[in-house]
Design a protein around this ligand. Structure first.
Ligand code: FNR
Length: 343
């Protein structure tokens, strides 16, 4: 299967798997506040990730580029949605554009459509500094996402088998590139130990990309004759991974929560668990696929509206205040965190 066909396949499988309705956020509950002492008009959704200022905590996370006309059309819709909702957006892995320069425009369309917004470039951890610079230039990016996708590679029959040197590469790129580096998982979560190691690299942020939404083990296993089924259940759930990451992160390393975020309620819970911002991929893709830019933008605006209302209910005027409201954690998330000594 060619790279372009695989990308199309990913989009189709991801769209089919967006139906998962329960995830680790269901273990997280807010404590009702009868005296919030705020008003809806007072709520401020702006956040910062290192030096980047975002008007809201939502990032349309890395998905596509590099395929055919269809991927270009999706990126165009997502970019217009990002522009009109003031949302940051990442493009999908740009390695495809280095292998086939003809597909560059499926990425650069994003900057053409959204000239002033925040755009993140994206490459895997096997990147070189030269590729990092070219990827940033291609979309005039404000940051570079370096994705970690060990499980996806292992399940892919043609995937990588050697994962040595990723930390060193991340440190080298972080210290040499002019824009900040965001290290991200793609749906298996990042542990407290991995976050400790990433703190030493100079990366500006870690996007924990937890389990509970798009599942690349399931997607890639569908293409294997003998599936590695054990990886379908692998990984840290988004709630667990957020708690683990926040436990180990420092002021210098922002934490982005992502993986299965469905709505404003999940956004609020991710932030209350300590996320500085949140990424959404699969559900925005589904909306864009269904009704183009308009439906994707309606979905994002609805999420932001729900988040605002929830913040008013909790008496949190800012994202920073939402990060410290009381929470009750139950079920498997509580068991995991107790077992790991994270409270
Ligand atoms: C992705 N994701 C992804 N991530 C990345 O860093 N580079 C990439 O090229 C891609 N490609 C990609 C394609 C498609 C079709 C989807 C749905 C996703 C992963 C994505 O950014 C995110 O980490 C996960 O999808 C988890 O978030 P959701 O989908 O559960 O919100």
């Amino acid at each position: 299967m060619s790279r372009a066909e695989r990308k199309k396949d990913h989009i189709q499988h991801a769209l089919n798997s967006v139906t998962e309705n329960s995830n680790s956020f269901d273990d997280v509950r807010f404590v009702h506040n009868s005296l919030p002492e705020t008003s809806v008009s007072q709520i401020n959704l702006s956040v910062s990730i290192g030096e980047l200022m975002l008007s809201s905590p939502i990032i349309i996370n890395a998905m596509t580029g590099g395929g055919d006309k269809e991927t270009e059309r999706i990126n165009e819709s997502l970019a217009a949605c990002a522009r009109d909702s003031g949302t940051a957006m990442a493009v999908g892995s740009q390695m495809a554009a280095f292998k086939d320069p003809a597909v560059k425009r499926t990425y650069s369309i994003v900057r053409k459509v959204n000239q002033k917004g925040l755009i993140f470039a994206n490459l895997g951890s096997e990147l070189t500094l030269d590729q990092a610079k070219r990827a940033v230039d291609m979309v005039e990016a404000d940051a570079l996402q370096i994705h970690l996708n060990v499980i996806q590679e292992l399940v892919m029959p043609e995937g990588d088998r050697d994962f040595q040197g990723a930390l060193e590469t991340i440190a080298h790129i972080s210290s040499s590139l002019e824009v900040p580096v965001i290290v991200k998982e793609v749906g298996f979560g990042v542990s407290s130990e991995a976050v400790k190691a990433l703190k030493e690299t100079g990366a500006a942020a870690v996007d924990i990309g937890g389990k509970g939404g798009t599942n690349f083990a399931v997607i890639e296993n569908q293409r294997r004759e003998e599936p590695y089924s054990f990886f379908n259940e692998w990984g840290l759930s988004t709630a667990v991974s957020l708690a683990e990451a926040v436990h180990s992160a420092s002021k210098e390393l922002s934490v982005i929560g992502s993986g299965g975020i469905r709505d404003g309620y999940d956004l609020a819970k991710a932030i209350a668990l300590g996320a500085d911002a949140c990424g959404i991929a699969g559900r925005v893709l589904a909306a864009a696929n269904d009704g183009g830019k308009e439906k994707a933008e309606r979905y994002i605006q609805h999420c932001l509206h729900e988040l605002t209302i929830i913040m008013a209910a909790l008496g949190a005027d800012s994202i920073q205040q939402l990060q410290s409201v009381p929470l009750v954690i139950t079920g498997r998330t509580r068991d995991w965190l107790l077992d790991r000594g994270i409270h």
